[in-house]
Design a protein around this ligand. Structure first.
Ligand SMILES: [Zn+2]
Length: 328
């Protein structure tokens, strides 16, 4: 838990948090209307499908994905593709653009790289990305709602190519956003990178949660405990579950070669959320916004290396120069 909402704001204004950077009136956007969803987009026949698209089953979480050699090289490629798709998609975000148009941009970016959008047909999910706006916590389905000036939107991309899944997401502002929302976005990015930077081989995976919650707490934000990261590689969602909040139940240990996602969601309000009638969209009950970033990483001999980066080492998640977690 962060500081009380009655505590002085971290910014030094002398006002209480709830009257400053956690002021509901400054953070809340008009409630997101869930729009109409177009039929799913076709993927060319020549592109390999994940097994769940072919046989309709989703395997139970398998053993951790510990990769090396040729398998890790294929994983690097899938993650590079995911980073490229994310970069192209967030570049298309703008006032009046619908999230379905973002889905179209992403879809084209996947298939031109020979990749299958991992979410398309996963548990019957109908789209090639997730787009979560404002108080939508996660799993928003791209629809015909135009993005509005001042919104924030998380774009979540997963590419399946070379037999591997690469998973990454970023939250960006639409047009001009409130400074309080910009701080939420920046802090969530910082928390994600701090969680990754705190991974050490041989040490508990809880190092991620320790760093994430510390960064969030400094700004008075909560960290969502119901969703976490996951192992990833040949399977989309594998063991271990990566907690972003502190829990004594977490026994997972980082081992070199383990591929996993770090993807904390930070919220400005209360923790309760509800699944919309579409069966996917998770909406925070109090209407307060949340943000999320995500990278796929591999545990190394000294720390963790971010795999979801462009050829130059940057990504839509993090600006140049701050991408790689410091080793050791
Ligand atoms: Zn403040």
């Amino acid at each position: 838990m962060g500081p009380s909402r009655n505590a002085p704001c971290w910014c030094g204004s002398g006002k209480k948090l709830k009257r400053c950077h956690l002021d509901r009136a400054r953070l809340v956007r008009p409630a997101v209307r869930i729009g109409a969803v177009r039929p799913e987009r076709a993927v060319p026949e020549g592109i390999a499908r994940p097994h769940y698209v072919l046989d309709g089953t989703v395997w139970p979480p398998p053993e951790a994905q510990v990769l090396s050699g040729e398998a890790l090289e294929r994983m690097r490629h899938a993650c590079r593709v995911a980073a490229e798709v994310l970069a192209e998609t967030v570049a298309a975000v703008g006032v009046g653009v619908t999230t379905d148009e973002l889905d179209a941009v992403a879809h084209e970016a996947y298939v031109t790289r020979g990749a299958y959008p991992s979410t398309l047909g996963y548990h019957d999910y109908p789209k090639s990305i997730c787009t979560s706006v404002n108080e939508v916590l996660c799993h928003g389905i791209p629809d015909d709602r135009p993005l509005q000036d001042g919104d924030i939107v998380n774009v979540d991309v997963t590419a399946f190519v070379d037999g591997m899944h690469g998973d990454t997401s970023a939250t960006v502002g639409v047009g001009t956003i409130a400074p309080e929302l910009a701080v939420l976005i920046d802090t969530t990015r910082d928390a994600t990178l701090a969680g990754i930077a705190n991974i050490r081989p041989g040490e508990p995976m809880q190092r991620v949660a320790e760093a994430v919650t510390s960064v969030a707490k400094d700004r008075g934000y909560g960290v969502v405990s119901e969703y976490g990261g996951h192992g990833i590689g040949e399977v989309f969602h594998a063991d271990p579950h990566i907690h972003h909040t502190i829990t004594s139940r977490d026994r997972a240990v980082a081992v070199p070669g383990l591929c996993l996602t770090v993807e904390p969601m930070l919220r400005t309000g209360a923790p309760r959320f509800t699944t919309a009638d579409d069966g996917w969209t998770e909406v925070l009950d109090d209407g307060m916004p949340s943000a999320q970033f995500e990278h796929t990483v591999v545990v190394t001999g000294t720390g963790a290396e971010i795999l979801t980066v462009l050829a130059d080492g940057t990504s839509a998640v993090s600006p140049a120069g701050s991408v790689h977690a410091p080793a050791g």
